[in-house]
Design a protein around this ligand. Sequence first.
Ligand code: GLN
Length: 493
Amino acid sequence: MTDLTRLTIAEAREQLGAKEITAVELTDAYLSAIEAANPAINAYVTVTPEKARDMAKASDGRIAAGQAGALEGIPLGIKDLFATEGVHTQACSHILDGFEPKYESTVTQNLWNDGAVMLGKLNMDEFAMGSSNESSYYGPVKNPWRATGSNLDLVPGGSSGGSAAAVAAFLCAGATATDTGGSIRQPAAFTGTVGIKPTYGRCSRWGIVAFASSLDQAGPIARDVRDAAILLKSMASVDAKDTTSVDLPVPDYEAALGQSLKGMRIGIPREYRVDGMPEEIEALWQQGIAWLKDAGAEIVDISLPHTKYALPAYYIVAPAEASSNLARYDGVRYGLRIDGKDIVDMYEKTRAAGFGTEVKRRIMIGTYVLSAGYYDAYYLQAQKVRTLIKRDFELAFNAGVDAILTPATPSSAFGIADEDLASDPVKMYLQDIFTVTVNMAGLPGLSVPAGLDHKGLPLSLQLIGKPFEEEILFKTAHVIEKAAGRFSPNKWW
Ligand code: GLN
């Protein structure tokens, strides 16, 4: 029998619909794959086999009754940041030990309403802070990719490292993820998968553990562009429980695939050509430009002059919001409690023991930039810069640009415990250089694999679009995918 875990969502949907396979068989294939691979990859922090089989059985019933939903019987992995009723939801932090919410996030509820099956919860950087998945309380995730001829373990990127690794290693058909500064697009790029951060407000944030509320947005990581389109359609919705979600119809993203790029204008921002960027990334970018030109798009040089301020401004805004959002973890309401001689002592002991180093660093930076005397100098200044970054994009789009093409990351996947990056948090923050602008401006951004580097590791391009024009990103990414081909790791696990 063929390996069912190799089917894309679109292929599985077809075979399930034609009753060539059952949802239970498909789910069992993934559960076996997880059992075999997870000790090595560490993508899942919790597997929910019973729940998965129950959901799959129900899916088979609905398929038999002719009542299949859009994702009927499709097994998915869920980032540990999404609240799942009665199931481990700890943002991969020690401070949320034992937390099992009494409610379901809107995004995951939307997926279950469409018939999807939950396989379990996926590893991530603690509270989604990081670019390598190494800040997880549950240990690092290993990238299913290795450089040609090397046994060195690589990071899958972060913070949605478990999501990206699980999709790339065939441990789920697709995964949910979140992106505050790049956490969908960068891990997708490091694992040869497709990730989209939709427009701020496209998906409800209700039931997603908050990191930086004005930047956080959910989105899918998938094997290919079509699967990402299918997943986003189900995840997106307006929601009375999140007033920042937007009441606009959710288009059929899949219908955009295959549409012509004739007459489209693709902007190439000169500021994304950063110092020290490897030659290969520049070559990949040029290759992407050539593919889009061949498909009939017009290429225009554009300028986004405030790009260089995006990263420093992000690392003020994001920690500021995080320091406020994480104030709720005090040992009283959720998870871990370390008793103390009085309540203040209990708070301090709990937070000291519960948060990891990176989270503590962010809370301290955030508290500092919000404090009296520094607020105007840092936080307010960063908010002004944010407005300018947004305006740069608006000017480019108003001048007739339909989408913007950039590299997704400044390098391919790096090693676990890489000395250079581990010793200097700012170097890790530089990973987000191409992705944070999109969150600062609230725009949609998609990363699509475009080739392999000299080490045999995947590299991606990023497409940035106008608010709520995800369809343009899907159709453009589809052209890149068709030209570049798809990429899978060689199994070593
Ligand atoms: N790497 C970025 C950070 O550490 C982005 C994380 C994210 O998008 N959640 O803040």
